[in-house]
Design a protein around this ligand. Structure first.
Ligand code: GUN
Length: 281
């Protein structure tokens, strides 16, 4: 058996076309949806991510502002910038790229962002809203994973979903989103005993650890849906996920590739959140 591929690039194209259409409608009403991206320091990976986010905005008809600051920027100066963006009516979404330099308290900065503009969904108010099922911005990566499940019309009700990883950005919100769709959810992490026994029971596995080959073919129930959030490099320097794709695709029913899976969906959901922030006004 060879799994069906869930194509994150094709799905992103569809969703981004819808964003562009809604952005045009907003513009006709005199509202230009705007995202501010703040980058502090010279982290090479962050520079690539930020460039991709700004380009995606341009391609979908969203206004974006990139603010770049040296790593020497003080916490007080960054908080002052966030405050100014909170009050700027041309800006509907604010994203402060992480990681921040060590002298800046990232938590304090995220909490300074207005929840109405928290398109990353990292604010405690956004996390709380997700937890209690109230409207709020969902973190882009797990939100993108949910859209991938939706794209194959997968009904999560009563299914066993196993999330590997418990980060605030992916694992924990992912588990809550799956739970909201009535899946039975297990969260696994570095302290989990006998991971394989759990993943073998899973109808859906989301791997979000940041380590190669966390999920191999012998750990997957035939026909399961496998979503790979990992972004790693293999020995040849090629991009790869947390899942042993070549092995697992022979067992799973559906699988997301790396690259071309969850990655593009993350940026797409940032555009969706920004557009929604602008629509909510
Ligand atoms: N660093 C890595 N991924 C992300 C993300 O999705 N948002 C922000 N703000 N920083 C990141």
């Amino acid at each position: 058996m060879t799994a069906h591929i869930i194509d994150g690039i094709a799905l992103s194209k569809q969703l981004r076309a819808d964003v562009a259409k809604r952005a045009t409608a907003l513009r006709a009403r005199g509202v230009v949806p705007g995202l501010a991206v703040v980058l502090v320091g010279e982290n090479p990976a962050s520079q690539v991510y930020v460039r991709n986010k700004v380009k995606a905005c341009e391609d979908s008809g969203l206004h974006s502002v990139l603010e770049r600051y040296p790593a020497t920027l003080s916490e007080a100066e960054l908080l002052a910038r966030v405050d100014a963006l909170n009050r700027d009516p041309a800006i509907h979404g604010i994203l402060v790229q992480l990681p921040l330099p060590a002298h800046i308290d990232a938590h304090k900065v995220i909490e300074a962002i207005s929840p109405a503009k928290d398109v990353d969904g990292f604010h405690v108010a956004s996390a709380g809203a997700l937890m209690v099922g109230q409207p709020g911005f969902w973190p882009c990566t797990p939100y993108g994973c949910m859209k991938m499940l939706e794209s194959i019309n997968y009904d999560l009700k009563g299914k066993h979903a196993v999330v590997i990883g418990r980060s605030n950005i992916v694992g924990k919100p992912m588990a809550l989103m799956l739970l909201q769709k009535n899946a039975t959810v297990t969260i696994c992490h570095s302290g989990t005993q006998n991971l394989k026994a759990l993943t073998l029971q899973a109808d859906v596995v989301v791997a979000a650890v940041g380590k190669r080959n966390v999920l191999t073919a012998d750990m997957v129930k035939p026909g399961a849906v496998v979503i790979d959030v990992g972004m790693n490099r293999n020995d040849e320097g090629k991009l790869c996920g947390d899942v042993d794709f070549d092995g697992v695709k022979e067992v799973a029913g559906w699988i997301t590739p790396v690259p071309g899976g969850v990655g593009p969906m993350t940026i797409t959901m940032l555009l969706v959140n920004t557009l929604e922030a602008a629509e909510r006004g």
